[in-house]
Write a protein that binds this ligand. Structure first.
Ligand SMILES: [Zn+2]
Ligand SMILES: [Zn+2]
Length: 301
């Protein structure tokens, strides 16, 4: 079996709407065979690609989980900067966007918003019109949303709250291995169903200190996410080779600081004893017979 170098996942952004420099917005790079796929385009994903030496224009497809802005604000950057005629861009064919119903409206409206820039650059820089075109594929139920050269992506519905619909997670399969990413969700059985036995199960999580737990707007946020104990239960039921957290919602206030990574681990350990990583921006996973983790400290930031 493979060492895993042909199937790699890199967390480009492990954060939330909070604009902290250490955790950019939700964005995950999947490299499977020759294909490079992004899941969500949060703030700063293009900067992380640049740090990895991956030209923005080589992204084969962008998969969207849902329409909260922290997952989509990086789309214009990915789309338009990736089109520029420089070593970091150079997309000459359409950007493929795959997402739940609503993705087409989002992209068509972005095309309207940036129409002046597109017109200017075609005329002035002679950039190819094909490189700024967008091909959108929408889906409305669980199922295969991408299949090419041995890479298969299955979307599955999750539960991000009663009015935050649609919301999906993804299972990516390549060479007999599987990586599952929960998307934004509360505790949800579908993550267990699609994540069962995965090599790598990446889950969102939210944590707040007890002093803040009764504040109404904190309660509302917590009700849209999965607590560490709940995520531990998901991992315990799904039994992945490795479990990892991304989209880490560290809630805090002026007076009450956020929980620490150690506290997040301690909470998760109440329900799960297996292999666990707390994601950091640029942490990567080579998914082979074993899942090999590289930390951002190993790379030049
Ligand atoms: Zn989010
Ligand atoms: Zn969300």
């Amino acid at each position: 079996m493979s060492s895993g170098a042909d199937f790699k996942v890199t967390l480009l952004g492990t954060g939330t709407p909070i604009p902290v420099p250490g955790r950019f917005g939700p964005c995950t790079l999947i490299e499977a065979g020759q294909q490079k796929i992004l899941i969500d385009a949060g703030r700063g994903g293009t900067i992380r690609l640049y740090q990895l030496g991956v030209p923005i224009g080589v992204i084969e497809a962008l998969l969207l989980t849902h329409f909260h802005s922290d997952h989509t604000v990086g789309i214009p950057d990915l789309w338009l900067t990736g089109w520029l005629n420089s070593h970091f861009g150079t997309r000459a064919k359409p950007l493929r966007v795959i997402g739940p119903c609503g993705a087409r409206t989002l992209m068509r409206n972005l095309e309207k918003a940036y129409a002046a820039d597109i017109k200017i650059r075609v005329e002035d820089e002679k950039l190819p019109a094909a490189g700024v075109a967008v091909e959108v594929e929408e889906f409305g139920t669980d199922g295969v949303v991408h299949e090419k050269n041995g890479v298969r992506v299955v979307a599955f519905e999750v539960d991000h709250g009663d009015v935050i619909k649609p919301a999906y997670g993804y299972r990516i399969e390549y060479g007999g291995r599987a990586v599952v990413i929960s998307g934004d969700t509360r505790y949800n059985d579908n993550v267990v169903k699609y994540g069962a036995g995965a090599d790598l199960l990446i889950h969102e999580v939210a944590i707040v200190r007890p002093e803040l737990a009764s504040v109404p707007h904190i309660q509302r946020i917590m009700a849209h996410h999965t607590t560490a104990r709940e995520a531990g239960s998901i991992f315990e039921r799904a039994q992945p080779k490795l479990a990892a957290f991304t989209h880490i919602v560290f809630l805090a206030s002026d007076q009450i600081p956020p929980a620490t990574v150690d506290e997040l681990i301690e909470e998760t350990r109440q329900t799960y004893a297996g292999p666990l990583e707390v994601g950091e921006d640029l942490m990567s996973f080579e998914v082979g017979e074993k899942v090999r983790v590289s930390r951002p400290g190993d790379k030049e930031m």
